[in-house]
Write a protein of this length. Sequence first.
Length: 170
Amino acid sequence: MHESLVPAWRHCERARAALLAAVEPVPADQWSRRGESGGWTLAQQVDHLLKSEIGSSKIARKLIRGDFRDLARPANAKLLDSKLDVYPFPPSEAPAMLVPAPAGDKQSLLSELRSTHQRFQEELARFAGPDPDALAAPDVSEFWFTLGGWVRVQALHEEHHLRQIQRLLE
């Protein structure tokens, strides 16, 4: 992996390790249980994170390939880069493509989560440019993220949901 992406990737790796440490010990029969306040089940949280990382991996591939090179960022669009250190989104409804499936098998979800994370790493390994913050793409929100920013937001997103998962498991 390009040295300029290593700090952001390490952040992703720490977030993933913390997520797995929290969810792996939970018995499979508790993956469908809802917390006292309702909301998503543990299986739905993991499915949402899985879909999110698939999206981040696809955006990384397109950025590295140059698919957004001719797209001009609007003057009012905020650019988030590899220095991103705070999750930029307030609590809200998930975009349609990230809405989790109603249920999911623990082992299948964890297996998919691992393979998706590996694919994301493989996509990032293709980056050979000098600066991951020189490549940018729009999000479904008002933000634009650089390649480094996409990696950071993926880690911050997992940390955001890890806090929700920890509350669910209390």
